[in-house]
Design a protein around this ligand. Structure first.
Ligand code: DX5
Ligand code: ZN
Length: 217
């Protein structure tokens, strides 16, 4: 099974964003994870559209945009137009998940849906055939640098079983508290992609760290 690492620029140095993106560009990571927070859905505010443009200019890697915002339907198209390859919204943030899926697709990006730690994978049931990715949050969304919630492993296994039983091809991404020390277990549970923020940007050799995460057992 192929493994993907998506370094989260939430932990990058915003004074040197271009340098940090170029590092990801040279690295074995195939995706760049972009955490957008509105201060309402989560108790933190990160960044929005102005940051998308320089990112899109600086890298040809897959821009994996994770929206932690209420009523994402209001902004989906703009994120696609700003260069997102994947747009992932939270199941808990909208009453119209189907409308969000349709809007992202029409705008031309791949569709992800994320669930918070307290939301069971079964909540995604009917939607699974319509999405490209399910994102399991393995910490409470809002901040980098938190510890991985161990119960997330069972949620990944459940989703993996659901996709096999239904013969579906959506990817499973896992986000929060991931490093080379637990990435092996997370991939083994069925994850295709892992997000890593502080583990990558908190080291002196981020490229080596990315390789360690990819090769973790
Ligand atoms: C948290 C974000 C994560 C965060 C992960 O709300 O969705 O993507 O950047 O950071 P680490 O890897 O430090 O837990
Ligand atoms: Zn994220």
């Amino acid at each position: 099974m192929k493994r993907i690492v998506s370094p989260s620029i939430l932990s990058a140095d915003f004074g040197n964003l271009e340098r940090d993106i170029r590092m990801i560009d040279r690295s074995a990571a195939e995706w760049v994870h972009v955490d957008v927070m509105d201060g309402v859905f989560v108790p933190n505010i990160s960044f929005g559209f102005p940051v998308m443009k320089p990112l899109r200019r600086a890298t040809r890697k897959v821009l994996d945009v994770h929206l932690m915002i209420t009523e994402p339907e209001r902004y989906l198209r703009r994120f696609v137009e700003a260069g997102a390859d994947f747009v992932t919204f939270h199941h808990e943030a909208t009453r119209d998940a189907r409308g969000c899926i349709a809007a992202i697709r029409e705008a031309g990006a791949k569709v992800g849906i994320s669930i918070k730690p307290a939301t069971p994978p079964e909540a995604l049931g009917d939607l699974l055939p319509e999405i490209d990715m399910a994102l399991v949050m393995s910490v409470e969304p809002g901040f980098g640098g938190q510890s991985f919630i161990p119960e997330s492993l069972d949620k990944i296994r459940t989703l993996d079983r659901m996709r096999r039983d239904a013969g579906l091809g959506f990817l499973i991404e896992v986000d929060g508290g991931i490093s080379a020390s637990n990435a092996g277990e997370v991939f083994a549970a069925g994850a295709d992609a892992v997000v890593a923020g502080s583990a990558v940007f908190g080291t002196t050799d981020p490229e080596a760290e990315i390789r360690k995460i990819l090769e973790a057992r």
